[in-house]
Write a protein that binds this ligand. Structure first.
Ligand code: BGC
Length: 255
């Protein structure tokens, strides 16, 4: 077990990649705080699974797009678990529209969850670690779109590109505190964020043809890398992005 004795807070952990990470961390011995925005029943399922694995687990509701809510989330996690050692900034949303039609409300939603939420959750955890004189781990679930354009998802790409630079900047700022920060950049993974794509057979086929490993990824494919980054094995890794995309990023085929 690679995370025994650690307390991990995973945002957006009631479904998709966040849920897989919470369950994997629990299997590796970590106590888990399962943050969710909506869907208390799904969060309760994750908590039950984690407890069944013999670790402590609690669900805490919070919408990470609000800075006050994020601070309350971290305070509550510390109050319930005694401390937080690992933060996984996983909560994320995307909206689809041509650039010229993007509404301010969609821009705000995407940037507030994907970037502001991660920024201030990290700040709250860093303040807690500094105050208690402990080291820690931050793992951001970014996207291949921190690097790759994604037409009709301009706000999403802006949020993930910013997350890449935030991670590089904080690697430098937090290194002296013994806090590492890294990104995982999933490609096309089977999760609820992709429901529209998963229900469109033609789009799905054409996407799969662009993936050298010839399949979409699973949430477990991502959870494995997040576990490594949270574990002692990754002690000397900071400021990096680990791409988990079946080779999608580097596949270019001239038509
Ligand atoms: C997006 C998905 C997309 C995938 C590959 C992810 O970051 O959330 O909608 O299918 O990247 O392009």
């Amino acid at each position: 077990m690679r995370l025994t004795g650690k307390v991990a807070l995973v945002t957006g952990a009631s479904q998709g990649i966040g849920r897989a990470i919470a369950e994997r961390f629990a299997r590796e011995g970590a106590d888990i705080v399962v943050n969710y925005r909506s869907g208390p029943a799904m969060a309760a399922d994750v908590v039950a699974i984690a407890r069944g694995l013999g670790v402590r687990a609690e669900a805490i509701q919070a919408d990470v797009s609000s800075v006050d809510a994020v601070r309350a989330l971290v305070d509550q996690a510390v109050a319930v678990m005694g401390r937080v050692d690992v933060l996984v900034n996983n909560a994320g949303v995307e909206t689809h529209a041509p650039f010229w039609d993007v509404a301010e409300s969609d821009y705000d939603k995407v940037l507030d969850v994907n970037l502001k939420g991660a920024f201030f959750a990290t700040q709250a955890v860093v303040r807690h670690l500094r105050a208690t004189g402990r080291t820690g781990r931050i793992v951001n679930i970014s996207s291949v779109h921190e690097e790759l354009p994604f037409p009709n998802f301009a706000a999403y790409c802006a949020s993930k590109g910013a997350l890449k630079m935030l991670t590089r900047n904080l690697a430098v700022e937090l290194g002296p505190l013994g806090i590492t920060i890294n990104n995982v950049a999933p490609g096309a993974i089977v999760t609820p964020i992709n429901t529209a794509l998963l229900n469109d057979a033609a789009k799905l086929r054409s996407l799969t043809e662009q993936i050298p490993l010839a399949r979409l990824g699973t949430t477990d494919d991502v959870a494995g890398v997040a576990t490594f980054l949270a574990s002692d094995e990754a002690a000397y890794v900071t400021g990096s992005t680990y791409v988990v995309d079946g080779g999608l990023t580097w596949y270019y085929q001239e038509q």
